[in-house]
Ligand binder design. Structure first.
Ligand code: ATP
Ligand code: MG
Ligand code: MG
Length: 350
């Protein structure tokens, strides 16, 4: 079977590796850390992103390379792409690595985003606030996740502290979107251009971190179709191969795109319990050049993340027979994603 190289050995890399194994393919992981969670389930190459030679050797040892996170340095991607095919494509990474480029790309497709403006200093923040107003969120353009690198502004008086929180990094000011709920679509595009999407899930965040995803989302049916079509437009525009996560705000005026992730996505973990072919396998199939699998949802599901001290609930969950997914991380830290649980939502009388 084909050898699938996976950049990044966190929980997403781990679950991608397990999905590859399920369909007879051979996963290999590259991560700078010797203890990377995915290294427990697949061969691990420990190499720094700056070690171009090690990256090229890794790429030469596999048939195709994919990744579990979007913040891989450009030079590392160059070293790998010189040796092996990389999916999803570079442009998807370029777009999702920088929130300003991402918003401009989405707007160029005619999709709605929060009002936004680049911020590099006090003067550009002032100008952005005059145009966008408050409440607003200042976000670092690069490297943010789980709500890190963000500062909320309830009024113009918060400008100085918000700018300080960016630590001099280029930022983007976003107008605060008044949403009724957050949903996401996990969509896939095969090497043959076929597009498929999982049903949109409804997401609850706490402290900027995804807490739960429920499917079906409690939205009117037309919106679910809008979400899927919009994801398809993004996939086609990027000539994408693999799985993509699209985070959306539901507003009275329709869907507003928050951000995209060129990879499997935490809000798609419910597919492990709700679909014959889950997001991880769908991604592996796409990057391996296989036809996409059947991602039809057969059950209503709630996924709950186990974060930090939630690990104390594991014995209880085990005794309940819960469908536990644990990432094998040695250290529990506040805010760290340690695992998740999928529960089927049973409806009385069915
Ligand atoms: P992720 O872990 O999903 O990559 P992130 O650090 O990239 O998170 P965002 O998704 O940009 O952060 O923001 C985190 C959450 O903050 C969103 O899911 C949403 O709840 C809220 N949020 C972000 N931007 C806005 C906005 N412009 N208006 C309203 N709420 C927002
Ligand atoms: Mg993000
Ligand atoms: Mg997000």
């Amino acid at each position: 079977g084909a050898r699938i190289g996976i950049l990044g050995g966190g929980q997403l890399g781990r679950m991608l590796a397990m999905a590859a194994g399920k369909i007879g393919l051979s996963p290999a992981i590259l991560d700078p850390a010797p203890g990377a969670p995915a290294g427990q389930v697949a061969p691990l190459t420990v190499a720094d992103w700056a070690d171009a030679e090690a990256l090229a050797r890794f790429a030469a040892s596999v048939d195709v390379v994919t990744y579990e996170f979007e913040n891989i340095p450009e030079a590392a991607l160059d070293a790998i792409e010189a040796v092996a095919p990389l999916h999803p494509p570079r442009r998807a990474l370029a777009v999702s690595q920088d929130r300003l480029v991402e918003k401009e790309f989405l707007a160029s497709l005619g999709l709605s985003t929060a009002p936004f403006a680049p911020v590099d200093d006090a003067a550009s923040l002032q100008a952005a606030l005059e145009r966008i107003g408050t409440p607003a969120i200042l976000k670092s353009r690069r490297l943010g996740y789980d709500g890190k690198g963000q500062a909320r502004l309830s009024g113009a008086e918060d400008a100085a502290s918000a700018l300080e929180a960016m630590g001099g990094a280029p930022a983007i000011l976003e107008g605060f979107v008044e949403f009724s709920c957050e949903i996401s679509v996990i969509a896939a595009r095969g090497a043959d251009g076929a597009v498929a999407a999982f049903d949109p899930g409804e997401n609850r965040h706490e402290d900027g971190i995804l807490r739960r995803t429920r499917v079906p989302a409690d939205i009117r049916p037309g919106l679910a179709a809008d979400a899927v079509l919009l994801a398809g437009r993004i996939l086609n525009a990027l000539d994408y191969v693999g799985v993509l996560g699209v985070e959306l705000f539901v507003t009275p005026a329709g869907l507003v795109v928050n951000e995209i992730a060129p990879r499997v996505h935490n809000s798609g973990h419910w597919t492990q319990a709700g679909c014959l072919v889950d997001q991880f396998e769908q991604h592996i199939r796409a990057v391996a050049g296989w036809p996409l699998g059947d991602g039809t949802r057969h059950s209503d599901v709630e996924m709950e993340n186990l974060i930090g001290d939630d690990m104390e609930r594991v014995p209880r969950l085990l005794s309940e027979g819960a469908d536990l997914h644990l990432y094998g991380k040695a250290q529990t830290r506040p805010g760290r994603k340690m695992g998740h649980v999928n529960r089927l939502i049973r409806h009385p009388g069915t």
